[in-house]
Design a protein around this ligand. Structure first.
Ligand code: MSP
Length: 676
């Protein structure tokens, strides 16, 4: 039995028939998040990934490239290793099935099963497709055509070796029933159980005659055959423990805690691998987790469609952390999801730039400005708002741990965001920028800034598995230095509020975390344009270009509205209204947008933040007349572009097609104040 304090996580080993795409990146990033989390919790983690280099697919790809299969693998392997480095993947080992020690473990297991008479030779008759070089069963075939390539197929008989898989059927059903966490999520577990309890499990052909396929591991008991690629590949999960660690580590790590796989390869893992392990008298892994598939702009991703997304491009464009975040936040782990450039940009702008980036930058700016750049002393730590932030921060430990135990990675992120949102709200409620003006509020100000900084320390630690570089940067900027590798080891003590921040310690403000991204539609060279993604069947057409809504004048940035849907004059509830964040803002600078009569480009201060807003008020106002004015803006409007310039909000003005007057304030209210 593996050591209770260890954690062994694997990804599938990827076929080297093509370069890496986001599907590969997805499983690998998810495994990395698990590995990093359990390391933070002080567990001894072994994280394995690698390549599946044998079999038909690889042989065909090499033949197509006109090179020897091994040379083909050697050429492609670095592309996988390189992208894992770029994505900050912290794997402890990298297995390649052409490694000599792996091959000998596979041969040893084959021989063991052969000696135990669990492998036997028999005739196999089936429908064979010469083009795809594979057999199909009777039920797959309709009209004498290959279900895959639709070419005519023929009946073929050949001798093969079979593993007595069928005899383990009942044992496997019992195992699945007795171990509710063995196949996750629940829906997949039910699928496998459904199949196993209604169909007879046959034996598995584990050989291929060399005359048909030569690129594989030779059967130790018959040199005319190689072994079936799955028998070879699945063994990687144990062979790596024998030869990729300096010391024997089988006892330490086996059985694996988590095999992460895509839903398409669940059967090979849950049925082939489990029965192979039973036959070899080895314990079964704790969990096989099957995640969903990504489509791209609503379409299946495939080589032939040419829409496979290169993860390198995403790292180039958005950075590794933002891409990692998108993959795990956008879709509940286990379900299918759709990838689009627009979805990535929205996530970055709203969650990373607005919520997280803003929280860090406003906190540090205020500490720099108001407490000499040093962590202040929380002299009055018992305001109800402060107690609430503290409670959420302390409670996060259990929430995140539960989410990780259940592989609900999206849920862990959602919990972390609750703390980010609550801390942002806290800053707005306490308005430290106002406190800073009054000498008698000094202690309160110090408490508020300390609370925000301490909350950010918690946020950084929990974010680390997902956004390792960002978490390190937050830690550094808070003046905490490098994050300890086991920063969450002892939940009961190190989780305590105020455990690590040293009062009086200087912070280290650097550049902002995630600059907002201005939409670069199509510039990534993705197959489908952004427009196509927005128009889905049955949905009203939504356009990203600002449309004039009923009240604001033309050219003023307004929310995207569904143009095909009738504009309803219906009343809205107070909750709906509360979704619109109105705030005061002070105009810092204003200039005309070239070639436009109406548009002015404003830089406005909103609290400690500066924003750019493009407003259609240029016919009514000269830019200079606006500088220093306090106006009202919609602060939570999705950014949009007007004549190619990004607008991060909307200015409120009276008038219909023509602007009659800007909404301003009688008093000089602090910019960033809520308007309701
Ligand atoms: N070599 C086998 C695995 C052997 S494991 C002992 C294999 N390789 S693969 O390269 O074809 O696929 C590897 C993984 O990528 C699978 O988990 C698969 O689900 C995943 N994905 C491939 N396309 C995908 C998407 N479009 N979306 C998400 N994951 C996808 O199978």
């Amino acid at each position: 039995m593996s050591h209770p304090n260890s954690f062994y996580v694997t990804t599938p080993i990827y076929y080297v028939n093509d370069v890496p795409h986001i599907g590969h990146a997805y499983t690998t990033v998810a495994a990395d998040v698990l590995a990093r989390y359990w390391r933070l919790r002080g567990r001894d983690v072994f994280f394995l990934t690698g390549l599946d280099e044998h079999g038909q697919k690889v042989q065909q790809a090499a033949a197509k490239a006109g090179i020897d299969p091994q040379a083909h693998c050697d050429k492609l392997a670095p592309q996988f290793q390189e992208i894992w480095k770029r994505l900050n993947i912290s794997n402890d080992a990298f297995v390649r099935t052409t490694d000599a020690p792996h091959k000998s473990v596979v041969q040893r297991y084959l021989q063991e099963l052969f000696d135990k008479q669990l492998i036997y030779k028999a005739d196999y008759t089936g429908w064979y497709c010469t083009f795809d070089e594979r057999f199909w069963t009777e039920k797959d075939v309709t009209g004498g055509l290959c279900p895959d390539c639709k070419r005519p197929i023929e009946q073929l008989s050949e001798h093969n070796y079979f593993f007595k898989m069928g005899q383990y059927q009942d044992r496997l059903i019992d195992h699945i029933k007795q171990h509710p966490n063995f196949i996750r999520p629940e829906s997949r577990r039910n699928e496998v159980l459904g199949f196993l309890t209604t169909q007879k499990l046959g034996d598995l052909s584990i050989s291929r005659p060399k005359s048909r396929l030569s690129w594989g591991i030779e059967l130790p008991f018959d040199k005319d055959y190689v072994t079936y690629v799955w028998f070879d590949a699945l063994v990687n999960y144990v062979s790596a423990l024998e030869y990729l660690r300096p010391t024997p580590s089988f006892e330490q790590y086996w059985p694996a805690n988590a095999h992460l796989v895509g839903k398409d390869i669940l059967t090979t893992h849950a049925v082939y691998w489990s029965t192979m392990l039973m036959a070899l008298n080895l314990p079964l892994p704790e969990t096989i987790f099957a995640h969903g598939w990504w489509t791209v702009d609503g379409e299946k991703m495939s080589k032939s469609r040419g829409n496979a997304i290169d993860p390198n491009k995403l790292v180039d464009e958005f950075g590794a952390d933002a891409f990692r975040y998108f993959l795990l936040r956008e879709v509940p782990f286990g379900q299918d999801g759709d990838f689009s450039q627009q979805a990535v940009i929205s996530r970055i702008n709203s969650d990373l730039a607005n919520d997280l980036g803003n929280l860090l930058s406003r906190t540090l700016t205020l500490i720099e400005r108001c407490t000499e750049g040093k962590i202040p002393n929380p002299a009055l730590p018992n305001y109800p708002e402060e107690i609430e932030v503290r409670k959420i921060a302390i409670g996060l430990f259990d929430k995140v741990e539960n989410a990780f135990n259940a592989f609900q990675l999206h849920h862990a992120l959602a919990e972390i965001w609750k703390l980010i949102d609550r801390t942002n709200l806290y800053l707005e409620q306490m308005a430290p920028w106002n406190l800073a003006k009054k000498e008698r509020e000094k202690e309160k100000l110090a408490t508020v800034l300390y609370t925000a900084a301490e909350s950010l320390r918690h946020i950084a630690r929990y974010l680390y598995p997902f956004l390792p570089s960002t978490a390190e940067v937050i830690y550094r900027q808070l003046g905490l230095g490098a994050m300890p590798l086991d920063a969450l080891k002892d939940g009961s003590t190190s989780e305590r509020w105020g455990g690590n921040l040293q009062i009086g310690n200087p912070i280290n403000k650097e550049q902002s975390l995630f600059p907002r991204i201005i939409d670069t539609i199509g510039e990534l060279g993705f197959k489908k344009s952004f427009e196509a993604k927005l128009i889905k069947k049955g949905e009203p057409r939504v356009t990203e270009q600002p449309q004039p809504a009923s009240a604001p004048p033309q050219g003023t940035a307004t929310p995207a509205v569904p143009t095909a849907a009738p504009v309803s004059p219906a009343q809205i509830t107070i909750d709906e209204f509360m979704k619109i964040q109105l705030k005061t803002a002070k105009v810092i600078s204003a200039e005309r947008v070239p070639k436009s009569e109406k548009l002015l480009k404003l830089q406005v201060a909103v609290g400690t933040e500066q924003r750019q807003i493009v407003a259609g008020i240029g016919k009514k106002y000269e830019p200079e007349a606006l500088i220093g004015k306090t106006i009202v803006i919609v602060a939570n409007l999705k950014p949009a572009k007007l004549m190619g310039i990004e607008s991060q909000g909307m200015v409120l003005a009276a008038g219909d097609s023509e602007v009659r007057g800007l909404i301003t304030l009688l008093e000089d209210v602090e910019p960033g104040t809520k308007v309701k």
